[in-house]
Design a protein around this ligand. Structure first.
Ligand SMILES: *Cc1c(COP(=O)(O)O)cnc(C)c1O
Length: 438
């Protein structure tokens, strides 16, 4: 469910016409719906908060730590912060953004396989909820950093449960050969080592097995292993107070695909790992953000090969704006922004202007017949879209617009060409030759 609907023949984000936004802000541009972000956060949280088996012994509801990397625009983060969201972060930059957006440190989780000493020190001084430790060298460095600051680091150990899942090999993280986390054997040894370390407070264990998971079975398999490991640690005399179950729940990118509902997910979790006497954490990213955003683009022209009749719909968005099709073979629904008057359809390869064959959003897609100047929307582009944008081919970053009801604001402007160039600095020895436009 989202808030991008056709009204009076035109796509709207809530009460705002996408055509008008495209005219005011220019294309390509990202458009986000506040109501959709809020709704997704509430539907997911309420489903988990409603499960008695998932209350902590101190009556704390599960921590819903939005995976910041899916969409880390400050306006998006603040919208979610106001709904009670925490943040799952993977860099100092993300921690800083979460704090700036008003997410309290006690709702911030720090994951990732390569946290630097500086990042760990920043996280510890900030007083975040926990660091999700992913390896032995990381635990040992963290111990030194905590000792040097005279602090105790609250951690959970990320276990790689050996159950990989996800929509593509590049977003599967729980396979035994993926770089994330440690094996259960190693985790149990590390937990003991952490418990004996005065600068580390081991609070529990974590897993995150992949992204765009559309089947509960692999998650259930991983979670039931987690239950066993909680019990094994306790049998060894260690205290386990937290269980972090990661993110990964998929969203419908196709009209016909139906991922499990948050209610089904919550029920499965309660049945599989409920009543363990722990505080639970969840880290949804895509589920909150994907369908809350679209990428709007204008058709530059249609190039039809004379010999084969192959039609290229050349649009002004490209892989630098939305890399998911190039990187993960991802599918995005492509819809005309202004309802097309004819029933005529055509088969297009939809491509951007970047000089890479990979800059192909889709091949052989049947769409309503379009013409130069028409606007199209790449649907479900709110997660892993703008955040992965680059200025490859010296194309300015696409701007981001946040809509709230009939109101809208540019929440990241498109840089001008001057701004792009002024970020680069010529060395002294080239300066006499510098030719400037001004
Ligand atoms: C990416 C990531 C998430 C979020 O994954 P989604 O599929 O977007 O829900 C959660 N936790 C960790 C550790 C991650 O790396």
């Amino acid at each position: 469910m989202n808030h991008f609907d056709i009204r009076d023949g035109e796509m709207h984000a809530e009460g705002v016409s996408i055509r008008e936004l495209a005219e005011r802000v220019g294309t390509p541009l990202y458009v986000y719906s506040s109501a959709t972000f809020e709704r997704h956060f509430q539907v997911f949280s309420q489903a988990l908060w409603a499960q008695d088996a998932l209350q902590s012994p101190k009556n704390e509801a599960p921590l819903i730590a939005y995976a910041t990397k899916a969409n880390s625009n400050l306006a998006v983060l603040q919208t979610l912060a106001e709904q009670g969201a925490g943040a799952d972060t993977v860099s100092e930059g993300e921690i800083r953004k979460a704090l700036t957006a008003g997410i309290p440190p006690e709702r911030i989780v720090f994951s990732g396989v390569g946290k630097t000493d500086e990042e760990m020190a920043f996280a510890l001084k900030t007083g975040i909820y926990q660091l999700n430790v992913e390896s032995k060298p990381e635990l040992e460095r963290l111990s030194h950093v905590a000792a040097s600051l005279g602090l105790v680091a609250p951690i959970v150990i990320r276990i790689n449960p050996g159950v990989g899942a996800g929509g593509h090999a590049k977003i599967t993280t729980g396979g035994a050969k993926d770089k994330f986390g440690v094996s259960a054997r190693e985790a149990i040894a590390l937990y003991g080592q952490a418990a004996a370390d005065p600068n580390i407070a081991p609070m529990g264990i974590a897993c995150h097995i992949g992204s765009q998971i559309t089947d509960l079975a692999p998650m259930q398999a991983a979670f039931s292993k987690m239950r066993g490991w909680v019990q094994e640690l306790r049998a060894g005399g260690l205290s386990v107070e937290r269980l972090d179950l990661g993110g990964g729940l998929g969203v419908p990118y196709f009209n016909m695909s139906e991922p499990p509902s948050p209610e089904d997910f919550a029920q499965m979790v309660a049945l599989t790992v409920g009543n363990l006497g722990v505080r639970y954490t969840f880290e949804p990213g895509r589920l909150i953000a994907a369908n809350a955003g679209i990428l709007v683009s204008r058709v530059i022209h249609i190039h039809e090969r004379e010999d084969s009749g192959q039609k290229f719909l050349v649009v002004d968005a490209a892989m630098n704006d939305l890399i998911r099709p190039a990187m993960y073979d991802a599918y995005h629904d492509i819809r005309p922004v202004v309802a097309v008057q004819t029933n005529e359809t055509a088969t297009y390869d939809v491509v951007g202007p970047v000089c890479e064959t990979g800059d192909t959003f889709t091949r052989g897609r049947d769409l309503p017949a379009l013409k130069a100047g028409d606007l199209v929307a790449f649907m479900s582009a709110g997660a892993y879209g703008a955040v992965m944008g680059s200025e490859y081919n010296s194309r300015p970053l696409a701007p981001e617009v946040l809509v709230r009801d009939t109101d809208w604001a540019v929440v990241r402007p498109r840089p001008s060409y001057e701004e792009m160039m002024n970020r680069e600095v010529l060395p002294e020895w080239l300066r006499p030759h510098r030719v400037r436009a001004d």
